[in-house]
Design a binder for this molecule. Structure first.
Ligand code: ADP
Ligand code: MG
Length: 614
């Protein structure tokens, strides 16, 4: 509980005690009014103050106004204890609400805990703690066991294991050796690490994630927008209705004025839309928080809505369904030794971050002398082209070879074939093969189980490779040999085929699929470890590499939407019921307050369920 909440709690107790005392005192007339005014002021001054201030700003109708009007009205007709009691309970509800908002914010901020406080810099053999924002790229930092990794970098010295749970929800630690990348937001578990910083704090994984989470509540779901709009029209209508209730029955039906006023006032008390206004956004907030605990970052409540209605899931292949770590299975040069072909390929690929490039460099295994390479050009979906030792080397697929006019020939090995041409003349090929991610099959099954009726894979790789992957995973559809633009076209034609309420999600690793990520109804990027493009382009970011998180995300989204729906239905039903009863004079102010606060509390408790892990 924070200070303000504690103060409210004290005010609640104080005014409750004074209310009881005032009720026991045998007073009458003005003296009685004065005695009740004290607890009323103690508990309600801020509500009155906000109502007045809003009126001064021209924004008359909100819940403060409703409460002020109802209680001042009650005082006016001599119902002093009721007035204090209404205010008292309203504040209890508010307290409850602010407490639970704080709670769900806290769980999102268990993520916020990843904000690093310091980084250790070595100076003259001494460690010095500095602000991570003051560390420059290229600086060396030391991370001791038990400390958070404050910045992204590459390990120069030391081995350790990292706890990535705060980022991914994954409980298994990750083993780290020299040369490995580390990202901020993990906890160093065992060894001392010396790390060279590769990104300034502002661009580090932690800073991006915090940014993303902090901004996620700005993107409202339709249900939240509905509630905001609803409250805007609803409140003035209710005030008018209450006025009508107070004025017309006495004039036309001859009701006593006091009774009509009483009804109108309890009508006002019940009408406060607090439960609705708070519990729906709170449910979405909880959903986003709960998902983030699982390593699923959702950039806004609106995306939870889209997730819940996902009908077609389209996957990129490399790095999404497969590991994107290729093993070289064959090297078939046409006119040079095997080692030379591999060297040419590795050199040409030296600047690329594509999984294929990384694997070829890995297979080459030696330090790359980049001074031998110039004029590097990446040809998305086809390969790379570069000047190596003064010769133009192209490495890529058959499309690239065709465009050069190089006479390539297919390979009998199954796998992704990287053809290489030197100065436009075919030099041979390297066959590499990728492995499926261990949970890829499970991911597709889980999607089917939750009612996603079509799974599609798009890839730039060759047909035979694509088909063998699709068959093994049980995908419904596969399109191979696509350039990035071709993937966009496929997604566009699939978008035509979803049902009117259904949605299409595209899942990629963020490497050359940003256009598709943004074209789909929902872009899901995975493996935020390392890939910046992913965090930027996507609507949902899976912190780790497991495609099975997609079905989890859908389940969380549906759970959240169900809760928001229950809250709307429940709050509206009770409200309408009590409104009608109070208009008919079947209730009094006491019941009205209980109904209002009760609904709020139940709706809030229900909303908190969205935070739970499924
Ligand atoms: P995917 O659709 O599976 O993610 P990409 O669109 O990234 O694959 O690439 C499609 C194909 O283009 C690859 O299978 C490969 O043949 C070729 N290719 C792409 N980038 C490179 C590269 N850097 N080096 C060699 N070949 C590449
Ligand atoms: Mg790709």
């Amino acid at each position: 509980m924070n200070k303000r909440q504690k103060r409210t709690l004290i005010r609640i107790f104080l005014s409750a005690a004074m209310l009881i005392l005032a009720a026991l005192l045998p007073l009458s007339g003005v003296l009685r009014l004065l005695v009740f005014l004290v607890p009323y002021a103690v508990i309600g001054w801020d509500v009155l103050w906000r109502a007045l201030r809003n009126i001064a700003h021209g924004q008359v109708f909100d819940e403060n106004f409703l409460m002020a009007l109802a209680t001042v009205g009650a005082l006016g007709i001599g119902e002093y204890p009721e007035a204090v009691f209404v205010m008292l309970f309203y504040q209890v509800g508010e307290l409850f609400q602010s407490y639970s908002v704080g709670k769900s914010r806290q769980s999102i901020s268990s993520l916020m805990d990843i904000r690093p406080d310091f980084a250790n810099i070595e100076k003259d053999g001494q460690l010095e703690e500095v602000d991570p924002e003051d560390v420059a790229v290229g600086d060396m930092i030391v991370i001791k066991p038990g400390e958070w990794v404050p910045l992204d970098g590459v390990v120069l010295e030391g081995t350790s294991s990292l706890d990535t749970a705060a980022l991914t929800g994954e409980s298994l630690p990750r083993e780290i050796d020299p040369g490995d990348d580390v990202v901020s937001g993990c906890v160093n578990l065992s060894g001392v690490l010396r790390v060279q910083v590769t990104k300034p704090y502002g661009e580090s994984t932690v800073a991006r994630i915090l940014d993303l989470v902090e901004n996620s509540s700005a993107k409202k779901a339709k249900a939240e927008q509905f509630i905001t709009k609803f409250a805007r029209y609803y409140t003035p209508i209710v005030v008018l209705a209450a006025a009508a209730l107070a004025i017309f029955p006495p004039l036309t039906l001859g009701w006593p004025w006091k009774e009509a006023l009483e009804r109108a006032l309890s009508f006002l008390v019940v009408s406060c839309p607090c439960a609705l206004v708070i519990s729906v956004p709170l449910a979405f907030f909880g959903g986003i928080g709960g998902a983030s605990r699982d390593g699923i970052l959702v950039k806004g409540g609106n995306y939870l809505e889209v997730l819940a209605r996902t009908e077609i899931v389209v996957f990129d292949k490399t790095g999404t369904l497969t590991k994107g770590v290729f093993n070289v299975t064959a090297i078939h040069p046409d006119r040079c030794p095997e080692s030379e072909l591999l060297e040419l390929a590795a050199l040409a690929e030296c600047y690329s971050d594509h999984p294929i490039s990384r694997s070829l460099k890995e297979a080459y295994g030696k330090e790359i002398d980049t001074s031998r390479v110039s004029q590097v050009e990446e040809l998305s979906g086809r390969g790379v082209q570069a000047m190596v030792d003064g010769k133009k080397v192209c490495a890529g697929n058959d499309k690239l070879m065709d465009s050069l006019g190089a006479k390539w020939h297919p390979c009998h090995h199954v796998g992704t074939t990287i053809h290489i041409a030197v100065d436009g003349i075919y030099a041979g090929h390297i066959v590499i093969s990728d492995e499926l991610k261990p949970d890829a099959k499970q991911a597709i099954l889980a999607l089917k189980a939750c009612g996603v009726n079509r799974t599609v894979m798009l890839t730039g790789d060759a047909q035979n490779v694509a088909e063998s992957v699709a068959a093994e995973l049980g995908l419904d559809e596969v399109h191979a040999g696509l350039l990035p633009a071709g993937k966009v076209e496929q997604v566009e034609s699939l978008l035509q085929q979803v049902s009117p309420r259904g949605k299409l999600a595209f899942v990629g690793d963020g490497i050359n699929d940003a256009p598709v990520l943004s074209r789909a109804d929902l872009g899901i990027a995975m493996g935020a470890f390392g890939s910046d493009a992913a965090i930027e382009a996507a609507d949902v970011v899976l912190m780790d590499d497991n495609p099975s998180k997609i079905a989890d995300a859908i389940a969380i989204a549906r759970h959240t939407l169900r809760i928001a729906g229950q809250n709307i239905a429940f709050a509206l039903t009770v409200k309408v019921l009590v409104l009608v009863l109070s208009a008919l004079g079947k209730t009094n102010m006491w019941v009205a307050v209980f109904a209002d606060v009760g609904v709020s509390v139940l709706a809030i408790l229900n909303a908190m369920r969205a935070l739970k892990r499924l």
